[in-house]
Design a protein around this ligand. Structure first.
Ligand code: IMP
Length: 422
């Protein structure tokens, strides 16, 4: 199948960047279909570490065309900065050639960022723990039909009219809320300037992708965040505001629904950044040890990630929602020296047991855990599944059994070659 979709299976940070990097070596197009610069995809290249927030991870491969699809929300000022940083690293970023931007993608403006942070402040102890980058308000304005699209930035009359429309609605309640009013002329200047820079890349990306698909080109759809952060299928309201599961891959690109290979990326343990229910969370010293061993600190915000046991209930749910056919298991090497436990069911508040992820009261479930023997060997140099310690193999096989998903790839370190293919 020429199309592959890669999605994070839980709450993001599963190591998608590395997997997309090695899959991109064999593909023609790499396409982001949702989220914005709340994402942080880390690649460890021979020249050092690279964190991408908005630009697809295929940019490091000379032959791939990288597309920011219509489902992404784009902060144009951030995007210009990210392009500059990549060029400073010696990477080719050629707008209109190896980087295309959907003219339909919605734009994040400063007011969105302020609104995001203001809303978090109001929520108090019920806060979501957003990245504060304006993602939610930008998607909200898209639905409210007052958003700006990238194509507006290169059409001065439309841009001015769209900004007036946005200011009319926002300024009606920004002042009473204590937020600064939108200054249309200042915004116009900044956005038009960014539009001029980005102009060669702003195209009908959906049409390009449909043509590529019709011509049998290999397309890699790069999910951002994770299935449990999906605004509809995730742990609402502690989610992001986009369709992070496979469902977003078609609406977020303009590609027609078609059969594809869907790969779910799962870390060998679970992590979550921000607030919200996390049934297998380890709030004790073991969780701390896991955070340090796995260097579990956010690549976008630097926040410490919450850590816990692998949750086969959640993974099975996300796999089903996203049509996942196989898992890539990352960070197995990090579990060296840890006792191993897997969550195989939840005990509900009424005492019953379930293997289905509930839409409500996830914060009240108790994980039912099975214990497995751990391993003490260093896995980072292992390149064959059979060469893994027996207990590490048994752990991988137990995950396969409980999730019903085959694991064809195991990652044992951040670098490209630290991978076991079965
Ligand atoms: P927002 O996307 O900034 O609105 O944040 C909503 C929730 O999604 C928060 O819990 C964030 O920490 C989380 N989130 C957003 N993007 C990512 C990501 O790329 N990785 C992990 N968590 C994320």
């Amino acid at each position: 199948m020429p199309t592959t979709c890669v999605v994070g299976i839980l709450w993001g940070d599963e190591g998608k960047g590395k997997v997309i990097d090695y899959l991109a070596a064999d593909t023609d197009f790499v396409v982001r279909f949702g989220g914005g610069h709340n994402a942080g995809h880390t690649l460890v290249l021979p020249t050092g570490k690279l964190v991408l927030h908005l630009i697809p991870s295929g940019i490091v491969h000379a032959h791939t065309v990288n597309v920011i699809g219509n489902g992404v929300v784009v902060d144009p000022v951030h995007l210009c900065g990210e392009i500059d940083k990549l060029r400073q690293r010696g990477l080719r970023v050629d707008l209109g050639r190896n980087l295309l931007l959907s003219e339909r993608a919605h734009v994040i403006v400063d007011a969105h960022r302020r609104q995001d942070q203001w809303a978090e402040g109001l929520r108090g102890s019920g806060k979501i723990g957003t990245t504060g980058r304006g993602i939610g308000p930008a998607y909200a304005d898209r639905c409210a039909r007052i958003g700006l699209r990238l194509g507006d930035l290169i059409r001065p009359d439309r841009l001015r009219a769209a900004l007036h429309g946005l200011a009319l609605q926002k300024n009606a309640w920004f002042a009473p809320a204590g937020l600064p009013a939108l200054d249309v002329e200042a915004m116009f200047g900044e956005l038009a300037a960014a539009g001029e820079r980005l102009r060669p890349g702003i195209v009908d990306a959906g049409a390009v992708l449909r043509d590529a698909h019709a011509a049998g080109k290999r397309i890699l759809l790069e999910g951002a965040q994770g299935c449990l952060l999906d605004v509809e299928q995730g742990t609402y309201p502690f989610v992001t505001s986009s369709h992070a599961s496979t469902g977003g891959a078609f609406s977020g690109t303009g590609l027609p629904p078609h059969p594809m290979r869907t790969v779910g990326i799962a870390k060998a343990y679970a992590t979550r950044v921000g607030e919200g229910p996390f049934p297998t969370e380890l709030k004790d010293e073991l969780g701390n040890r896991l955070r340090i061993a796995g260097n579990e600190f956010g690549s976008t915000t630097g926040r410490p990630r919450r850590c816990g046991w692998f949750d086969t209930v959640a993974v099975r749910y996300s796999g089903a929602v996203s049509g996942v056919g196989e898992l890539v298991l990352t960070n197995l090497d990090v579990l060296r020296g840890f006792p191993l436990q897997l969550c195989t069911a939840y005990r509900m508040p009424d005492g019953s047991s379930t293997t289905a992820l509930p839409a409500f009261d996830l914060e009240a479930v108790q994980p039912q855990l099975v214990e497995l023997p751990g391993f003490t060997e260093d896995l980072r140099e292992v390149r064959r599944f059979e060469a893994l310690p027996a207990n590490a193999r048994a752990y991988v096989q137990a995950i396969e059994r409980h999730t019903g998903l085959p694991i064809r790839t195991v990652s044992v370190g951040p670098e490209r070659q630290q991978v076991i293919l079965r």
